[in-house]
Design a protein around this ligand. Structure first.
Ligand code: UDP
Length: 451
């Protein structure tokens, strides 16, 4: 066995240290391991993945020099720039060591880095190791970022309020208000970042956790745009169903609770690993859920309301009022929840992982995006794939209640559930032998085997 491991060619993966980025990168690791590669993860100390979830991988932690204040600041743009500056030298030292050990552990085929960890490219290229970019968002988000750069060059930014509801020329499904402009940091920092992220530099290919059946025409457009091959091989979790990389402990008691509910009756509610809300939003959401009279499973992440330990800011009397009908937890095994028969809808912030996991299980959505690419995803769910409702206004309990009933009770929701099931089947086709994602994956494996 050890001999076999030694003969494997190695792939080095560099994830960006947040849940929505660690998951797809480790799924890719599981896929490539099953195709005969050894997997080494080089990761920042901050938000380290748990090696015991993947004993088949080798993990190397590198210092990131992020201060305690930076880590808790929520300033993700600042953290991205700091990681790209601080990790470069330790990454180079780690890579040099691994190169020196190639005789023992097998030759390194390539480095696959998250698009936000772009420092990896210059270090690896300097050491003559081929690099591949992993993009964990959609083709639509990528094209939206290019559009934002053009709008800036043409002097349209900052966007006038009067334009916000107008369609973006060349991006027919998006309005100006849906563009993924960052609410964090200064515009200069944001545009500096998207220019780094959009640039392929010397990388040999780009992997996307999306699929042709969701974004065919945009992916065709991007094939023309890039000088290197692109591989849309999503949804990657469907190729790696056992992959697990949760940073928080999953509360599996929710599955026992779901087992007791009737088919399609439960609204699952979660805003992912980063989105924050204020007390008034939490309150409106809580009463809307209670008044909808639908069963719900609600993930309230500790700290989702600034300064909260957990659910102490829920309105008085709320927990008692929902009794058997609602179940509140800190974190769930989300893919298992979405695959459960009892779940009939998902109120989501529309992070891309959550969105593609939901599409893969044929579940309709209530979209309440907070920032960045979530707005693009919400628009695609509601307007292009037509498998969800977009909650656009400020949270208000009556509207929350009405929207939940439209999705979970009304004919309109049933039609969306039907479309969601059809889309699920299309996505399943992409992953099967002969499907587009499967074919792209085969081509990708051939490419990295040829390095
Ligand atoms: N997730 C989970 N349990 C939860 C909530 C979320 O395992 O209770 C996972 C979810 O399956 C997804 C990831 O966390 O893979 C969140 O990524 P996403 O891109 O949806 O949003 P982000 O957290 O990056 O905003």
């Amino acid at each position: 066995m050890a001999g076999q491991e030694q003969r494997r060619r190695g792939v080095i993966l560099v994830p960006f240290p947040y849940q929505g980025h660690i998951n797809p990168m480790l799924q890719l690791g599981t896929i490539l391991h099953s195709r005969g590669f050894s997997i080494t993860i080089i990761h920042a100390k901050f938000n380290s993945p748990d090696p015991s979830n993947n004993p088949e991988f080798v993990f190397h932690s590198i210092p990131d020099n992020l201060s305690v204040n930076q880590k808790s600041s929520g300033d993700i743009l600042g953290i991205i720039l700091a990681l790209n500056f601080n990790c470069q030298t330790p990454f180079q030292e780690c890579l040099v060591q691994l190169i020196e050990q190639q005789d023992q552990h097998g030759e390194i085929s390539c480095v696959v880095y998250d698009e936000l960890m772009y420092f990896s490219e210059s270090v690896a290229s300097h050491l003559r190791i081929p690099t591949i970019i992993l993009r964990t968002t959609t083709a639509a988000t990528f094209v939206s970022r290019l559009t934002l750069q053009n709008l800036k060059a043409e002097g349209y930014l900052p966007l006038q309020d009067s334009m916000l509801l107008d369609p973006v020329p060349d991006l027919q499904h998006l309005r100006f208000k849906d563009l993924p402009i960052s609410i964090l940091g200064t515009p200069e920092i944001f545009f500096q970042l998207i220019s780094h992220v959009s640039n392929v530099r010397k990388s040999s290919a780009v992997i996307w956790n999306t699929t042709e059946c969701l974004e065919k025409s945009l992916l065709m457009q991007l094939k023309q745009h890039f000088q290197v091959p692109i591989f849309p091989i999503g949804p990657m979790h469907k190729f790696a169903p056992t992959s697990s990389s949760s940073l928080l402990e999953e509360d599996t008691s929710c599955i026992t609770w779901l087992d007791k509910q009737t088919r399609n009756s439960v609204l699952y509610v979660s805003l992912g690993s980063l989105a924050l809300m204020d007390i008034s939003e939490l309150t409106e959401m809580a009463w809307g859920l209670a008044n909808s009279k639908q069963p719900f499973l609600w993930v309230i992440r500790p700290g989702i309301v600034n300064g909260s330990k957990w659910i102490e800011f829920l309105p008085r009397g709320f927990v008692e009022s929902i009794a058997e009908r609602g179940y509140i937890v800190k974190w769930v095994p989300q893919k298992e929840v979405l695959a459960h028969d009892a779940v009939g809808g998902f109120w989501s912030h529309c992070g891309w992982n959550s969105t593609i996991e939901t599409i893969s299980e044929g579940v309709p959505m209530i979209c309440k995006p907070s920032f960045g690419d979530q707005r693009v995803n919400a628009r695609y769910v509601s307007q292009v794939w037509k498998t969800g409702l977009h909650l656009e206004n400020n949270l208000e309990s009556h509207e929350v209640e009405r929207t939940i009933r439209r999705l979970m009770v009304d004919e309109e929701g049933e039609e969306m559930r039907h479309r969601a099931r059809e889309l699920k089947e299309e996505v399943e086709q992409c992953v099967r032998n002969g499907g587009s994602s499967n074919n792209h994956l085969e081509d990708f494996v051939k490419l990295i085997s040829s390095f």
